[in-house]
Design a protein around this ligand. Structure first.
Ligand code: FES
Length: 68
């Protein structure tokens, strides 16, 4: 294995969400499980999304130095 993959399954966006490629199950802090339903799903890392555990773009309203 070369150590590089043109299509990684997990991508951390600077200051934004974690992108997941393919089928996954996300468990939130309450223990509720959420299955991905899209080819690529954006998981909130800033904690401010109104549609947890998914990113709704709210991270863009947070000052850059306080983003994940
Ligand atoms: S990372 Fe986008 S709303 Fe939290």
């Amino acid at each position: 294995m070369s150590g590089h993959d043109d299509h990684p399954d997990v991508i951390l966006c600077a200051g934004g969400p974690m992108l997941l490629r393919g089928d996954h199950v996300i468990e939130d802090a309450d223990g509720t499980q959420h299955r991905t339903v899209r080819p690529i799903s954006a998981v909130c890392r800033c904690g401010k999304s109104a549609s947890q555990p998914w990113c709704d773009g709210t991270h863009k309203l947070i000052p850059k130095q306080r983003r994940p």
